[in-house]
Design a protein around this ligand. Structure first.
Ligand code: ACO
Length: 344
């Protein structure tokens, strides 16, 4: 059975930086830099311009990942695309990415499968686990795994929406997962979900049980109430469950891999909130800062893109080296959670 290892990483964030003070000055949101930094660690995030779609961010990240893997788009056998902010309701963003990578044109056209994963903040670990299973089954040699989000066009950037809006930013991460006979790569993964909390962190937009699925005005134009249109979150409940689930799934994955938490060289936690991660690090795991990387300060919460962005930074900065063990752990809407341990 082949092993599945990450042969290349990439990350891209749109150039426009929006600081906490910009949320006040540009958008008129009643908040302060201190409130946001104290509770979340976030200092700034990146917002895409009008006309840019999630798949555009993904293309940039993919090009970097392919270059680092020494591959071309035509070497790919499959795309797995994790996002909660797809270009459209349907089809998924994977097919837009496939087209933008030039895979559908010319004599070398290659109509590889494109799978969209809708597991929000856990999307990347779900996608990476799925791709690993494909590689280990011997079905594919190179699978592109993307986590990409364009949040800023669907945030309530007013004081009404400040609790959620101050948290999120735009960005895309990508890895190429490749087959190898070497003794390395993904060692174990564990995924979970608890649908009892599905409504506690959600962006419903419509209710398909209703006929029609959203109210229409006298002219037949759809009307979306603010609580349906914008993401809703029970922040304190999310915080509590995130701590519990991330710790438990990490331990379960260590057991599956036959190691303990002390054997892990680098922890890459989903960047939802610096306080959640520091609580787990300091109060539960009691491990030194040198084993953790965070970038929420610069990018905010980029949902499915947080873990591939950290992987890319860890590789580029030289902190992640061959032979090291890295744990990727995420929790998010659903609730869903997951963890993947990789021997680099
Ligand atoms: N600026 C100023 N005040 C604000 C802001 C803001 N941006 N947002 C909310 N407030 C106000 C609220 O209106 C509320 O005011 P009120 O008490 O007058 O009603 C008050 O601040 C709430 O303050 P706290 O109780 O201190 O808020 P809390 O400590 O719960 O912090 C937070 C909120 C940061 C969202 C916290 O609950 C949290 O970290 N939750 C985890 C959720 C999370 O990380 N979500 C990310 C997405 S999910 C994911 O990726 C897993």
């Amino acid at each position: 059975m082949p092993n599945a290892y990450i042969s290349g990483t990439g990350f891209f964030a749109p150039p426009r930086v929006v600081t906490n003070d910009d949320l006040i000055k540009e958008y008129g949101i009643d908040t302060t830099n201190e409130w946001i930094v104290q509770r979340t660690g976030i200092e700034e995030r990146h917002y895409a311009d009008e006309g840019v779609a999630t798949s555009d961010l993904a293309v940039e990240a993919t090009r970097i990942a392919l270059k680092n893997a020494g591959l071309e788009a035509h070497d790919l056998d499959m795309i797995v695309f994790a996002t909660l902010s797809p270009d459209h309701c349907f089809p998924g963003s994977g097919v837009y990415l496939q087209k933008k990578l030039g895979l559908c044109e010319g004599p070398k056209a290659k109509f590889i499968p494109a799978l969209d994963v809708r597991n929000q903040c856990s999307g990347f670990v779900y996608a990476l686990s799925t791709a690993t299973a494909m590689i280990k089954a011997g079905v594919y040699k190179h699978v592109l795994v993307v986590g990409a989000e364009l949040h800023s066009h669907s945030l309530d950037l007013t004081t009404r929406g400040r609790m959620v809006s101050c948290l999120f930013g735009d960005g895309a991460g990508a890895v190429v997962l490749s087959a190898t006979d070497e003794d390395r790569g993904v060692r174990a993964w564990k995924l979970g979900a608890d649908g009892r909390f599905a409504d506690k962190l959600s962006q419903p937009i419509w209710d398909i049980s209703k006929k029609p699925f959203m109210p229409l005005d006298a002219n037949g134009v759809g009307q979306v109430a603010p609580e349906m249109m914008w993401a809703q979150m029970d922040g304190k409940l999310v915080f509590r469950h995130a701590v519990e689930r991330m710790v438990t799934v990490l331990m379960e994955t260590c057991i599956e891999a036959g190691i303990t938490g002390n054997d892990i060289d680098l922890f890459l936690f989903h960047q939802a909130n610096l306080r959640i991660n520091q609580y787990i690090q300091n109060e539960v795991l009691k491990l030194p800062d040198s084993k953790f990387i965070h970038n929420i300060q610069r990018f905010g919460n980029t949902t499915a893109a947080t873990i591939p962005s950290l992987l890319h930074e860890a590789v580029e900065s030289g902190r992640l080296k061959r032979g090291m063990k890295v744990a990727c752990v995420a929790f998010g809407s659903g609730f869903t959670w997951g963890s993947v341990i990789i021997e680099w």
